[in-house]
Ligand binder design. Structure first.
Ligand SMILES: Cc1ncc(COP(=O)(O)O)c(C=O)c1O
Length: 446
């Protein structure tokens, strides 16, 4: 007989959910979540530093979003948005067109997720341009359907064998430069030089390359912020060869990095942006917003896409982000949290690197700072112990050794500080050997 309700539910979860649809970091079963607080089935509250993988930028169950969704559900739930469109969805699409970077003619393709948005680029841009190939990046996460798997460059999805015409190239991971170079003397070789001199010449002719899909800041591979020259150099290369540049903003878009869209930190205007997660605060919506000419005459409608309920959630979400200046808030709170983390790095030898932008920050853990040996088990322990102490975080990274911090953008300053205190304490306890290997046996990632 299992003791707690959570334990009993966990057993049922394992008996009911397929393995590939779970990714747990601790045995938490949620009852409810509001603002930046998550409550488990035992009634215990946690400070949340994850925001549902950034979905809840405006906070969990934001009352304004809830109200908008309730109203729209009662008006027209069940309509197929592509065939029976609504004024709400038209308004939402117009808003996305006007707020995304680039003052050219655009259109919106709607889906249900970030996976859908990236897959739309994969199938539609080659058809529109008559070019078959594409370039994506090591460490990139672009979803889990066949297109996303073909384009992704992360460890947890590389078990899938998906034939494709995608060429993957190293990203600008300066802490562990794939070329063994050092910034700035490298001249950001990883951007255009390698692609133009090697990739285009040998394996991926640029005249047959339709698009390049890039995260302006990679998240799942370890919260990696490339040097400021990186995106502008990629942009130059794509322009030179007439290749569409698609920015994957699924995780970092809508204020998180301190700008409405992460790519706006770089000064680059992409030809398309892939959106998802926080665009609609938990009602499944994805969108590819692209130059009009990047969409072919073709059929690519899933029954419920462009539905008014998702659109209502999206309109309410964007209204809150703009009205409450949440991008600026993310920049301000991000500086504050970053300061705490930099200060922790001084005291905790386990921390190898601290990086990020706005309220998406990563703390990379290493066994020793010189060799930078990834401290994978220790990272899982920090996340587990923080959960025990009342803070929800996750780890990401190619070596599963980066604790990712992405609190809701509406988190209070008190909760931000309290969460940082817990993290600090958890790291200290792990460093002192206070957390056993056994507790994280099932929670070390894939
Ligand atoms: C950058 C990025 N793109 C695309 C996706 C896929 O989005 P979703 O999981 O909502 O389908 C993710 C998911 O983590 C992501 O981080």
């Amino acid at each position: 007989m299992k003791e707690s309700k959570a334990e009993r539910l966990l057993e049922r979860l394992n008996g009911a959910f397929a393995g590939p649809s779970k990714l747990l970091y601790y045995p938490l079963i949620v009852k409810e979540a509001h603002g930046s607080t998550v409550t488990d089935v035992e009634g215990r509250d946690y400070i949340d530093f994850n925001a549902g993988w950034t979905v809840a930028g405006v906070g969990f169950s934001n009352p304004e979003v809830v109200e908008a969704v309730k109203e729209q559900v009662s008006l027209s739930a069940g309509l197929a948005g592509g065939t029976f469109p609504s004024e709400t969805a038209i308004q939402f699409a117009e808003k996305l067109v006007s707020m995304t970077p680039g003052r050219f003619e655009k259109r919106v393709w709607f889906g249900h997720s970030g996976t859908d948005s990236c897959a739309a680029a994969y199938k539609l841009i080659p058809m529109a341009t008559g070019r078959e190939r594409s370039v994506t990046f090591f460490g990139g996460m672009h979803g889990v359907d066949l297109a996303g798997l073909a384009m992704g460059g992360i460890r947890s999805t590389n078990k899938y064998r998906v034939p494709s015409l995608v060429t993957k190239v190293p990203y600008a991971y300066c802490y562990r430069c794939p070329y063994g170079l050092e910034y700035p003397s490298c001249g950001v070789y990883c951007a255009s030089d390698f692609i133009e001199e090697q990739v285009f010449k040998n394996v991926c002719p640029p005249e047959d390359t339709a698009f390049m899909l890039v995260e302006p800041m990679q998240s799942d591979s370890g919260d990696i912020v490339p040097p400021r020259e990186y995106l502008p150099k990629l942009r130059k290369t794509t322009e030179k060869f007439g290749i569409a540049l698609v920015a994957d903003e699924v995780k970092i878009g809508f204020g998180r990095t301190g700008k409405m869209f992460g790519v706006e930190n770089t000064g680059v205007v992409p030809d398309a942006v892939a959106l998802g997660k926080s665009v609609s605060s938990g009602i499944p919506v994805g969108a590819l917003v692209a130059k009009k000419e990047l969409f072919p005459e073709a059929f690519a409608i899933s029954t419920l896409v462009g539905n008014a309920v998702g659109a209502a959630a999206g309109i309410a979400t964007i209204r809150i982000i703009e009205r409450d200046h949440l991008s600026e808030r993310a920049a301000k709170l991000g500086r504050r949290l970053r300061k705490r983390l930099d200060e922790m790095k001084e005291r905790h030898p386990l921390i190898g690197d601290v990086r990020g932008q706005g309220l998406i920050l990563g703390v990379e853990f290493v066994k020793d700072r010189k060799k930078k040996t990834p401290a994978r088990i220790e990272t899982a322990k920090v996340v587990y112990r923080a959960w025990q102490l009342g803070l929800l975080t996750v780890f990401v990274g190619s070596d599963a050794n980066v604790v990712e911090l992405t609190p809701p953008l509406v988190i209070s300053e008190e909760d931000l500080e309290a969460g940082a205190d817990i993290l600090d304490r958890a790291i200290g306890e792990v460093e002192r050997g206070g957390v056993s290997d056994a507790v994280v046996r099932d929670y070390t990632g894939m």
